[in-house]
Ligand binder design. Structure first.
Ligand code: NAD
Length: 485
């Protein structure tokens, strides 16, 4: 049986207590690995290694050498592309067709982009007059923040973990990563990459384990200087409280309940194509995905019928079948949660346009964690599945009449992560985009990501922005030095 271990101070190790937990293939529910359960000794050892590395070989490395090493990491990930692809798809159940184009290349790109960002960082300088008639020069320089705790989710495990590890290392910090307990493998593979390229020991550490145990220990550890987290809003609240102890900085990328606004003057083919992707891609387990669709009344019936067609055409199946569009959801617990939302939607009076349950799968796949692509209409805006994040392949579609009305509906949520607007009227696109309370607005598109742009959520969707030079705000301390001439 495959073992997934911790990676601490450049070594793969089991837990001191010898404890492991099970990891399953979401498509078959088969046991695929035993994962080490990290506890206090492992968290302490990883944080101590990370702290020591700040003043060791890693901390003393010149910027150009660090940048070269970031490129080496990305290149080695590219060389081991197939290993990363198989590990990620087996842990998550997502098809090759998604991970090959998104998760794995983006994982490697996250090291190159932030290496490039560091190459072009300028220090600020301000000259001032002094009271005695002379001058003083101020310059502000960035220095690493220290040991960064990285806690990542299961939906895009490699992509979201490297989105944090890439800039953290590029800025000269060290990291202790705790991946989701259901998708541990690619953090471990990245440990192999770090060993291969000769990253100094202690710069990259991984402690495997459950959030309630390992996650809690990591967030409480006072030698963690700052913590970056992606996951549910409720967990974010817990982490924020833990980090208030010791006044440690946090970056939170949290949940969403993202709206799509479809105006009657849209290009209908484009609106259907992009909305089908944003609802069903990765079995709906994308934080930026759409779960609320608002369609202007004259095109409502046509839109519902065409999105239903698009959902019906999706081929659901196992990750290594190249023709598959959608895999299972990640775990039995998440399948149960999504199916409970499907039941609640029915009880609250939804018209089930598509799906609404679990598909019948055959043979080896019959025990996997499957849910159907699902579309509802007819619910009030107060309904549970219109308010709460389901994180499954589903959406509710509601009609609207005016621009003012739909902006109000779109903003009537505790979240503010992403949104989409479909219209061929340029004025309207700018007007509406400026009035929606979300960190990202896509016009006539979805999931176009330029890694230099600010990424993050408003309201309950998070705190802070990462991406390009915005990541420097979190991963570095800005220090002002004032010299009297
Ligand atoms: P989750 O909050 O359950 O878990 C995320 C991570 O936190 C895991 O590693 C988990 O083990 C850990 N954790 C859980 N409890 C903890 C605790 N008390 N202390 C410390 N760590 C703890 O989230 P999930 O179910 O893995 O991911 C799905 C959620 O993530 C959805 O809400 C989704 O919207 C959100 N998400 C947001 C973004 C974004 O960029 N805003 C991106 C992807 C996913």
């Amino acid at each position: 049986m495959k073992k997934v271990q911790h990676y601490i101070n450049g070594q793969f190790i089991d837990s001191e207590c010898g404890e492991f937990f099970d990891n399953f293939n979401p498509a078959t529910a088969e046991l695929i690995a035993k994962v080490a359960q990290g506890r206090e000794p492992e968290v302490d050892a990883a944080v101590a290694a990370a702290k020591a590395a700040l003043t060791g070989e890693w901390g003393q490395m010149k910027l150009n050498d660090r940048i070269a090493l970031m490129y080496e990491i990305a290149n080695e990930m590219d060389r081991r592309f197939d290993d990363f692809l198989e590990a990620e798809c087996l842990d998550t159940g997502k098809p090759y067709s998604i991970a090959r184009h998104i998760d794995i290349p983006r994982g490697a790109a996250n090291f190159k982009v932030f290496a490039d960002t560091m190459k072009s960082v300028a220090d600020e300088a301000y000259r001032m007059d002094t009271p005695d008639g002379k001058i003083a020069m101020n310059y502000s320089m960035r220095q690493p923040k220290g040991v960064i705790g990285v806690i990542s989710p299961w939906n895009l495990p490699l992509l979201l973990m490297t989105w944090k590890v890439g800039p953290a290392l590029a800025c000269g910090n060290t990291v202790v990563v705790k991946p989701s307990q259901v998708t541990p493998t690619t953090t471990s593979l990245l440990g192999e990459v770090m060993t291969k390229v000769g990253l100094p020991k202690g710069a990259y550490n991984v402690v495997q384990g459950r959030g309630s145990i390992t996650g809690n220990l990591l967030t409480a550890h006072q030698d963690i200087d700052a913590l970056t987290f992606t996951g549910e809003t409720k967990t974010g609240e817990t982490i924020m409280k833990a980090c208030s102890n010791g006044v440690r900085d946090i970056s939170l990328e949290l949940g969403g309940k993202n709206p799509a606004i479809i105006f009657e003057d849209c290009d209908m083919d484009k609106a259907i194509f992009e909305t089908a992707r944003s609802v069903f891609a990765n079995s709906g387990q994308v934080c930026l995905g759409t779960e609320r669709v608002y369609v202007q009344r004259p095109i409502f019936d046509e839109f519902v019928s065409r999105l239903k067609d698009a959902g019906q055409k999706l081929k659901v199946g196992v990750h290594n079948d190249e023709s598959v569009d959608m895999g299972p959801v990640v775990s039995a617990a998440h399948r149960d949660k999504v199916l409970e939302f499907y039941d609640i939607a029915k009880k609250e009076g939804a018209n089930v346009i598509l799906g609404g349950g679990a598909p019948k799968m055959e043979g080896a796949l019959k025990d996997g964690f499957w849910v159907e692509p699902t579309i509802w209409t007819g619910l009030p805006e107060t309904a549970t599945v219109v308010k709460e994040e389901v994180f499954g392949p589903c959406c509710h579609i509601a009609p609207f009449d005016t621009e003012e009305e739909v902006i109000k509906m779109a903003n009537d949520t505790k979240y503010g992560l992403a949104s989409t607007v479909f219209t061929e009227n340029l004025d309207k696109a700018h007007r509406v985009a400026s009035k929606i309370d979300s960190g990202i607005v896509w016009v006539n598109s979805w999931f176009l990501r330029d890694l230099r742009t600010p990424f993050g959520g408003m309201k309950g969707s998070g705190i802070g922005r990462e991406g390009g030079h915005h990541s420097l705000e979190f991963y570095t301390e800005l220090k002002n030095i004032c010299i009297k001439m």
